[in-house]
Write a protein that binds this ligand. Structure first.
Ligand code: 3E9
Ligand code: MG
Ligand code: MG
Ligand code: MG
Ligand code: MG
Ligand code: MG
Length: 350
């Protein structure tokens, strides 16, 4: 399947220390013995540090470094437990393991899971997150970790049943199972501010954050479809979900997935413009960071060996376009997310 260049209205940017951060993250994964040696040597070539450096191009370097280590830790959980490991189709056992890990994030001094690589890595991350963030942000990060864990347990149940989820269920699950919401607290920490709760928890800013999760995970599905469809059998991906939902060919499903992310991107831009007129300086910075996260995923995905897989090359684009394939202002026909369109009056999206 040939992946076309996708719409990229947000400028590209990367933190100047990306090379050092990338190197240090590979060393951190070695230090904590994450995954197998083979897994680590593969991940060391996938530019994880560059990805984190694109998410926070102007962020404080210590926070970018923690984010980078956290992202490789997340891939250890996602690859090792959730998709390729023994627990991938055992939701009950997976839930128990993830609850124990969560306890380590809630209090890194809890004397449990000693010597477990994921737990020891998480202990280190938690101590560092506590130095970078306020108590509120650390609490928020633990809550978002729980959200992510809950969603990957849902994925495991889909795998156990060997079922392709409905589009509505998949869109809802994907807001959390790509670990995008766990990264969002770093957007505040990276610039040393706290969003005010009445702004962060406003429906409009929550919607902007959810749209960011939708666009980045739909993009991931588009760019990782090659890797995932050649994997060990069962996989969760929006292209596959759309084929199943609407009885489409892979190519037609890809076209539809691209149109959906383009429509959400257009809505994100309209909502951002509206919120920038009204919000605090912190909210405006947060919106810039959400946008950077979207572009970071695009830039990293078309270049990382994780998705280009040169031994069995994926047909990924080398560039982006400045035009959406679909700029309709009509809500997507997905019940769990169609409320996003209520936040932007049609006159602002035209
Ligand atoms: C993961 O889904 C989607 C992410 C790559 C989106 C952005 C990345 C992050 C928020 C940090 C790391 C997140 C993880 C490890 C979930 P999927 O399909 O499991 O990723 P894959 O790389 O295997 O296609
Ligand atoms: Mg590298
Ligand atoms: Mg996953
Ligand atoms: Mg994966
Ligand atoms: Mg993927
Ligand atoms: Mg997947």
């Amino acid at each position: 399947m040939v992946i076309p260049p996708t719409y990229a209205p947000i400028p590209s940017a990367i933190h100047p220390s990306h090379a050092a951060i990338d190197k240090q993250t590979a060393a951190w994964a070695d230090q904590f013995d994450l995954g197998s040696p083979q897994w680590r040597s593969r991940l060391a070539t996938q530019d994880i540090g560059a990805f984190a450096s694109r998410i926070l191009p102007e962020g404080q370097e210590d926070v970018v470094a923690v984010l980078s280590d956290f992202v490789i830790w997340l891939f250890a959980v996602d690859d090792g437990y959730c998709e390729e490991g023994d627990l991938a189709d055992k939701p009950y056992e997976l839930a128990a393991v993830l609850h124990r890990l969560l306890r380590v994030a809630q209090n890194p001094h809890t004397p449990m899971l000693a010597g477990d690589p994921l737990a020891e890595g998480l202990r280190d991350l938690t101590l560092r997150v506590s130095r970078c963030g306020t108590a509120l942000q650390v609490g928020r990060w633990v809550d978002t970790l729980r959200e992510y864990f809950f969603a990957v347990v849902w994925e495991a149940e889909q795998r156990a049943a060997n079922r392709v989820p409905t589009l509505n269920d998949y869109a809802l699950m994907r807001l959390y199972d790509g670990a995008t919401s766990v990264v969002q607290p770093f957007l505040e920490m990276g610039h040393g501010y706290e969003l005010q709760p009445h702004e962060r928890d406003s429906p409009a800013l929550r919607a902007a954050a959810e749209m960011t999760s939708f666009i980045t995970t739909w993009d991931n599905d588009i760019y990782s479809h090659h890797k995932e469809s050649r994997g060990t059998g069962y996989y969760l991906n929006s292209v596959r979900v759309l084929m199943h939902e609407y009885d489409l060919s892979p190519e037609a499903a890809l076209t539809m997935a691209v149109a959906q992310r383009d429509r959400v991107m257009c809505l994100f831009l309209s909502l951002r413009a509206k919120l920038e007129d009204q919000g605090s300086p912190q909210m405006r910075q947060y919106l810039r960071s959400l946008a950077a996260f979207i572009r970071a995923t695009q830039d990293w995905s078309i270049t990382s060996l994780r998705y280009t897989t040169p031994d069995d090359p994926a047909d990924l684009p080398h560039a982006f376009t400045d035009r959406p394939t679909d700029d309709s202002t009509e809500p997507l026909d997905i019940a769990s997310i169609s409320w996003w369109w209520d936040l932007v009056p049609a006159s602002r999206t035209a």
